[in-house]
Design a protein around this ligand. Structure first.
Ligand code: ATP
Ligand code: MG
Ligand code: FE
Length: 340
């Protein structure tokens, strides 16, 4: 089964070709980061327009690199949510046009579920059940993946996503966009115990997250320092902030795995690229006898290969869409396509 997958939910235009779900023949990602940098974040209208300009080239390159043509494609997979509606519609309309003209099945994929599937590409023997910590630009979820397509959301953020907190704090320190990778790099040179930023655990045993209080604490620290005329050490602020985020992420992930009685923990999403998070999780999973898996950095951030992998498993489990498939900006994990 040869799959062509498209992803355009945010600021990456991507197309990939896969064979039977886990074998990636090509994965072309055209990032718009440089375009949005001057605005300090993704501008939705600009993103949609750039997707329109790029998508045909990205698809051509993906087919080329995989050494296949349209007639070899058996299945079209596409992200239909969550994400920016205008951006989603570009990939979705393209996918529908292709599925219709090639007369091949169409599968609508949930982008956040897609992030989890990046792990199946990297780890050929990985099978559910496991606990997945999904930490991305717009989402922070602890998910119990019981089987393919079967998810229980154990907890999620009540305000900012982890990646969003990284991006906002980086902007406040004046580090540029996107902030996650820059804070990660700076942290290595800083003292993580320099500033005692708050860790928000919420109610006892809660697996939900909250990062807006931490973000405010960092902003207050920066403002206070400025008012008092004290110069800040960016490396220390970055390292102390990052540690406050990952302490909570790791504690709750371990708690979730213990509670569900699984032996495997996986991480996914852009923030799963964070070296501090990977390191602390490695230590804590070893100590608690859990297996830990994560995707390579290239599969942590947005890409169509993960969407193709999810499309494959959705399809063989009986889920496909039709020409009524529409973009759903707030699509929930586990929500299945229904013709309305
Ligand atoms: P979503 O998947 O929730 O719709 P998104 O697709 O924009 O959002 P991703 O592409 O998964 O998010 O991830 C981007 C986020 O990951 C950004 O917030 C970025 O700062 C963060 N990020 C990337 N690399 C790192 C890193 N090394 N450390 C921390 N954060 C990182
Ligand atoms: Mg992105
Ligand atoms: Fe994403």
């Amino acid at each position: 089964l040869i799959i062509l997958a498209l992803e355009s939910s945010c600021d990456e235009t991507s197309a990939a070709v896969l064979k039977n779900g886990r074998e990636v023949l090509s994965n072309i990602v055209s990032s718009q980061i440089d375009l949005h940098k001057k605005f300090g974040g993704v501008v939705p209208e600009v993103a949609s327009r750039k997707h329109v300009e790029n998508i045909s080239y990205v698809i051509d390159e993906a087919l080329d690199k995989a050494n296949v043509s349209f007639k070899d494609i058996d299945l079209i997979g596409v992200t239909y949510g969550p994400g920016l509606v205008g951006a989603l519609l570009v990939g979705l309309s393209t996918a529908k046009a292709l599925a219709y003209s090639l007369d091949k099945p169409l599968v609508g994929v949930n982008h956040i579920e897609g992030h989890i599937y990046a792990n199946f590409i990297e780890h050929k023997n990985l099978e559910p059940p496991f606990i997945c910590l999904i930490v991305s630009g717009g989402h922070t979820h602890l998910v119990y993946m019981k089987d393919y397509g079967v998810y229980e959301v154990l907890g999620k953020t009540r305000d900012d996503a982890a990646g969003e907190a990284f991006d906002k704090v980086a902007r406040a320190i004046g580090l540029g966009y996107p902030g996650g990778p820059i804070i990660d790099k700076l942290s290595k040179k800083g003292n993580k115990n320099a500033i005692n930023f708050p860790r928000t655990y919420l109610e006892n045993d809660s697996l939900d997250f909250s990062f807006s209080g931490l973000k405010s604490a960092v902003l207050n620290y920066l403002n206070n320092s400025k008012m008092k005329g004290i110069s800040i050490i960016k490396e220390d602020v970055a390292a102390s902030f990052q540690q406050a985020v990952i302490d909570v992420l790791v504690d709750k992930t371990i708690l979730a795995a213990k509670r569900c009685g699984v032996d495997t923990i996986v991480i996914a999403g852009g923030v799963a690229a964070n070296s501090g998070l990977r390191q602390l999780l490695k230590e804590r999973t070893e100590k608690n006898n859990f297996k830990l898996m994560f995707p390579p950095i290239s599969l942590c951030t947005d890409n169509a290969a993960m969407i193709g992998c999810a499309a494959y498993y959705d399809y063989i489990n009986g889920y496909s869409a039709d020409m009524y498939l529409n973009a759903i900006p707030n699509l929930k994990i586990g929500q299945k396509y229904e013709r309305i």
